[in-house]
Design a binder for this molecule. Structure first.
Ligand code: CDP
Length: 203
């Protein structure tokens, strides 16, 4: 079974998806980590994003490795986030990563999160959730995580949201059959409980 969780930056997808996976005994797939790993490699090597995406071996888990190197922390900077949003515009990059994601999702039970899980990667997912929250709250959450100023994060986030929503290849949008959940003012536990209830209701 696949549970797809999509939404803009800072909507709480990673924390929520991880917790839902834990609650259900499913495996968690952070598709954004793959775009970040490709972006980091492009920044470091100067090679083409498509070439990197096709050639890299990315392993996800408690630690994230790229060609055997631990990049768990290196991919979390705002510089890499911005570069990830840029490499994610490229259809060649997307095809290579979507193929890797589909291969993982083909066996077992997953909670997968990203921008295009419900629309492109797993259109037959049993449950699709589109998580949102107002922009200021999203920026404040991310600033708390990074120990940064939320106003700076807000402008980076607006740029990235705009790029993700308006791109031609797999733009960020809710699948027609997704359940939209606005998490403004909600704690992680409340959101996780709602999603677990939706899964049980659908069975
Ligand atoms: O954690 P945050 O939501 O800020 O970002 P992320 O999920 O780590 O993704 C980083 C960037 O990768 C996003 O801004 C998107 O441009 C891109 N991405 C994508 O295009 N498709 C996905 N399935 C996941 C991420």
């Amino acid at each position: 079974m696949v549970v797809a969780i999509d939404g803009p930056a800072g909507a709480g997808k990673s924390t929520v998806a991880y917790a839902v996976a834990e609650a259900l005994g499913f495996t968690y797939l952070d598709s954004g980590a793959m775009y970040r790993a490709v972006a980091l490699s492009v920044l470091e090597t100067g090679e083409s994003p498509q070439q990197r995406a096709a050639a890299m071996r990315i392993e996800l888990g408690d630690r994230i490795t790229a060609d055997g190197r631990d990049v768990t922390d290196a991919i979390r900077t705002t510089e890499v986030a911005e570069a990830a949003s840029r490499v994610a515009l490229d259809q060649g990059v997307r095809s290579a990563l979507v193929e890797k994601q589909r291969a993982l999702l083909a066996t077992g039970d997953w909670v997968a999160e990203g921008r295009d899980i419900g629309t492109v990667v797993a259109p037959n997912a049993e449950l699709k959730v589109f998580l949102t929250a107002d922009a200021e709250e999203r920026a404040r959450r991310r600033a708390d995580e990074l120990g940064a100023d939320w106003r700076m994060i807000l402008s980076d986030q607006a740029l990235r949201d705009q790029q993700d929503r308006s791109r031609e290849a797999s733009p960020l949008r809710a699948a027609p059959d997704a359940v939209e959940l606005d998490t403004t003012g909600l704690g992680v536990e409340e959101v996780v409980t709602k999603i677990v209830e939706l899964i049980h209701a659908g069975r």
